[in-house]
Design a protein around this ligand. Structure first.
Ligand code: SF4
Ligand code: SF4
Length: 189
């Protein structure tokens, strides 16, 4: 009989607030933290209060036809490094540490839903992001993930659209070695 494996962040890990991936491929550039349209203003205000410069780009759009400007279903908060890594809200300068010993988030109580959902990336069946350090070291978990799961379901519900054309925004951001491959702007998905 299999027993539940409990999810806990790995001690001192901040990987998911630092490392950004090329998704769905290098051509699209590195992605940022997913921000719902209703979260965008709040995140911009929080950045102003913290005196931080942030860069929010579109991420997913939908349209009724191929020629129409996409309606944005989700934005993305880009990293502060030239290569796209490191969330602007991650406090890497102070000695403050989270309960598991990682760097702290300056807006933890008001962080985006995507940060609340991570590392859960699928709800049925439950799946964690294999790039999360916990998964790399301990495999998939199936307990202590209630609030993450709930946040993912909220995101999915809010990103529903009946429009037939789905677009993905290429960020134009990534490592120098990939600069000749990376594109920028809406691409049909
Ligand atoms: S969710 Fe995963 S990658 Fe993020 S801090 Fe926890 S263990 Fe690290
Ligand atoms: S908003 Fe906070 S939790 Fe989310 S990626 Fe940035 S530092 Fe991490």
């Amino acid at each position: 009989m299999s027993s539940a494996k409990r999810f806990e962040c790995i001690e001192e890990c901040s990987q998911c607030c630092v490392e950004r991936e090329y998704y769905p491929s290098v051509e699209f550039g590195k992605i940022g933290v997913l921000i719902l349209p209703e979260e965008k203003k709040k995140i911009e205000e929080l950045a102003r209060k913290e005196n931080l410069e942030i860069n929010i780009l579109p991420r997913i759009g939908v349209s009724d036809s191929e020629d129409e400007e996409p309606e944005v279903l989700a934005y993305q908060l880009m990293g502060i490094e030239e290569n796209g890594n490191t969330c602007p809200f991650l406090d890497t300068a102070s000695d403050a540490r989270s309960p598991h010993g990682g760097f702290t988030c300056k807006i933890y109580d008001q962080r985006p839903l995507a940060c609340r959902a991570y590392p859960v990336i699928e709800s049925q069946p439950l799946e964690l992001d294999s790039k999360c350090k916990f998964c790399k070291e301990c495999g998939q978990a199936d307990s202590n993930l209630e609030s993450e799961l709930e946040s993912l379901i909220q995101i999915k519900n809010k990103m529903n659209s009946s429009k037939p054309y789905v677009w993905r925004y290429a960020t134009g951001i990534g490592d120098n070695k990939n600069s000749n491959l990376i594109q920028r702007g809406w691409q049909k998905s």
